[in-house]
Design a protein around this ligand. Structure first.
Ligand SMILES: Nc1ncnc2c1ncn2[C@@H]1O[C@H](COP(=O)(O)OP(=O)(O)O)[C@@H](O)[C@H]1O
Ligand SMILES: [Mg+2]
Length: 354
């Protein structure tokens, strides 16, 4: 994967920018609140996922403007593509000059991995963060997975709606039958994809974490399914009464989680901030390797503010690690990145880029 260039107009605080990128290292430097993360966010939106900042579509348009866009030319699978996202009161997406229904259709066309400081929540935040990480990564590898996920989520919502009536009116069980079958069928696939993906992650994560921790710490990650996929249908039926009192579906992959252990103890419960951050970065680098392994192409690597939070040894380890593929890295002081990597340095100041 290679992003050749980007054009930006009225996206966030960037009024106008046209940037051509290096095939390997692109350093985006500048002081705080100048627009560095905004550029990373613009690049990220073309992988089909929502903003890693949790931003809503309406937040992208530059204050006081009516229309803006971001547009890139990139190479994927040996073919050059163009993509454009127009932002106004709504978002309109194009791929190779054809309009597409949602940005979700970019998934699997341009693959990207992003790391941002908020990713520490992957370790100490709620399980939804970890499921989202799995879902975005797998969705970029197998766009069909996104359909299973949609079908699954829809069916769970339907079951939740009907299960509330079940306690007053047991005759709705006929309706429950069909939704539970859908939940079990798509849920089984989701669990299967996630477990396989995490298994692949586990073939890279320990080495990366070992290197990043100065060869001191061992890591293990574990998929925690709240129910075996083969038992899902049976359990859904068994739990009807209980779920009707709870008012929601208490079993299935929408409640699964990943656990991380550093030297045998839970990273979430006992890890230091530094350790948690290292786990999060290692996880992202591992996913980069897995996506390469399974797709044959390195995804584009977006690293937002990764340097400021790590000591020099860890910085060096990461910069050495990302040599192989196209990387975008933001930082306040480009000097240490510069020394190690070459590439292009962009300086961002008040929404302008030189
Ligand atoms: N829709 C928008 N219109 C104009 N400015 C925006 C918009 N969204 C964010 N900003 C501004 O962008 C700046 C932050 O940019 P950011 O890329 O996060 O900075 P940094 O360089 O620290 O990464 C802030 O000053 C914020 O007010
Ligand atoms: Mg920033």
């Amino acid at each position: 994967m290679l992003i050749k260039n980007i054009k930006i107009k009225n996206f966030r605080n960037i009024e106008n920018a046209e940037l051509s990128f290096d095939e390997k290292m692109n350093v985006i430097s500048g002081e705080n609140a100048q627009g560095k993360t905004n550029i990373i966010e613009a690049l990220w939106l073309f992988c089909g996922a929502k903003s890693f900042r949790g931003a809503k579509d309406g937040e992208f348009l530059r204050f006081g403007q009516k229309k803006g866009y971001i547009e890139i030319i990139f190479i994927s699978g040996g073919t050059e593509h163009n993509a454009r996202i127009e932002v106004s009161d709504k978002k309109t997406c194009y791929l190779d000059s054809n309009s597409i229904k949602t940005s979700g259709e970019y998934a699997g066309v341009l693959r990207e991995v992003v790391f941002s400081p908020s990713d520490i929540a992957l370790i100490d935040g709620g399980p939804d963060k970890r499921r989202r990480f799995l879902d975005i990564s797998i969705g970029q590898l197998y766009p069909g997975y996104i359909s299973f996920l949609k079908e699954y989520n829809r069916s769970v919502l339907q079951r939740n709606r009907i299960i509330k009536e079940f306690k007053y009116d047991p005759s709705v069980s006929i309706l429950l039958d069909s939704f539970e079958e859908k939940i079990a069928a798509s849920g089984e696939k989701i669990i299967d994809y996630r477990k396989k993906f995490l298994e692949k992650i586990n073939s890279h994560l320990p080495d990366i974490f070992w290197g990043l921790s100065g060869e001191k710490e061992k890591i293990k990650s574990l998929y925690v399914a709240n129910e075996e996929s083969s038992m899902l249908l049976e359990r859904l039926k068994y739990l009807r009464k209980e779920d009707s009192l709870l008012g929601f579906t208490s079993v299935g992959p929408h409640r699964d989680d990943i656990e991380f252990f550093i030297n045998g103890v839970s990273a979430k419960n006992y890890g230091s901030q530094g350790q948690k951050r290292s786990v999060a970065i290692s996880l992202k680098l591992a996913s980069l390797n897995v996506i390469y392994e399974l797709s044959g192409e390195y995804p584009v690597c977006l690293l937002d503010d990764v340097m400021s939070e790590l000591d020099e040894k860890r910085q060096k380890y990461i910069l050495n690690h990302v040599r192989e593929w196209q990387t975008f890295i933001t930082c306040c002081d480009p000097s240490n990145v510069e020394r190690l990597s070459g590439g292009i340095i962009f300086n961002v100041k008040n929404g302008g880029v030189v």
